[in-house]
Design a protein. Structure first.
Length: 264
């Protein structure tokens, strides 16, 4: 049996109601207690767009695990339940309609068979409360869990672009100095000694001598040498960004009628 405290905690954290196949039915709404045993009897499930619709589902076979409430009914079955205003009064007829819809036993005769002063434990075994909102001592009780939205802000990684590392060939001007040498003709004169003059003919005659002159010229060549390694990596930059949102909350207000006028 699920306790009221379990359901209240589950509703406070925005618990999810799932069916037997694990499919999400909706969010847990209000909780209704049995007027005699005080145990949770019914709950509402917020279904439809934005959770604006609420459908009743019995808790007799429901179980709680973590932040989910599991019921043995699929989503369509819960959505097609009789349309009963969860803020209004749950009459015996409406409760009998719900029991019939979910194929559960409902015996009004059991209540009539209870005699004053006689415990009605056996007679109430399959009977739900008559009126979950009746006032006064000894009257049926009702309970509703009030919920409100809480901001849950986290982060998610999204791809914002791509960076490509591409290498291409560019041209730049370069200049360097190269030392060059070259040959030049230079006259050298030295006097003839007597020994050197003895070998000449002593006559005038023309003569021609050739000397080869050399020079160095610059020879430019290119060599490809590795100079550095370039890599691309992502760097995480942390920034703070403010987010604002409007949060909805439920408000509880009791209403009644007294002497032909409405009281709050």
């Amino acid at each position: 049996m699920i306790s009221t405290e379990q359901l209240q905690e589950l509703s406070a954290i925005g618990g999810t109601v799932i069916g037997p196949d694990g499919q999400k039915i909706g969010k847990l709404g209000q909780i209704f207690l049995d007027d005699r045993s005080g145990q949770p009897e019914w709950a509402t499930v917020r279904t439809g767009l934005f959770g604006l619709s609420e459908s009743f589902v019995p808790l007799s076979q429901a179980t709680v695990a973590g932040d989910t409430l599991s019921v043995p009914y699929d989503k369509q079955t819960v959505k097609d339940a009789p349309n009963i205003d969860p803020e209004g009064q749950l009459t015996p007829g409406q409760e009998q309609e719900l029991y019939h819809y979910y194929s559960l036993s409902y015996h009004e005769a059991d209540q009539a068979a209870v005699q004053p002063g006689v415990p009605d434990t056996d007679a109430r075994a399959e009977y739900s409360r008559e009126d979950v909102r009746g006032p006064g001592a000894g009257a049926p009780r009702s309970s509703a869990v009030r919920s409100e939205e809480q901001p849950q802000v986290g982060t998610e990684g999204v791809e914002t672009g791509k960076v490509r590392l591409r290498k291409h060939v560019a041209t730049r001007d370069a200049a360097t100095t190269v030392p060059l040498s070259h040959g030049e003709a230079r006259h050298e004169r030295e006097p003839i000694t007597d020994a050197a003059a003895a070998g000449t003919s002593g006559e005038l005659a023309g003569d021609e001598q050739k000397v080869a002159l050399d020079e160095e010229r610059p020879a430019a060549k290119k060599a490809v040498d590795p100079v550095e390694r370039v890599s691309l990596e992502e760097e995480a930059i942390t920034e703070e960004e403010r987010r604002e949102a409007q949060l909805r909350m439920e408000q509880a207000q009791a209403e009644g009628w007294e002497g032909g006028r409405q009281t709050r």
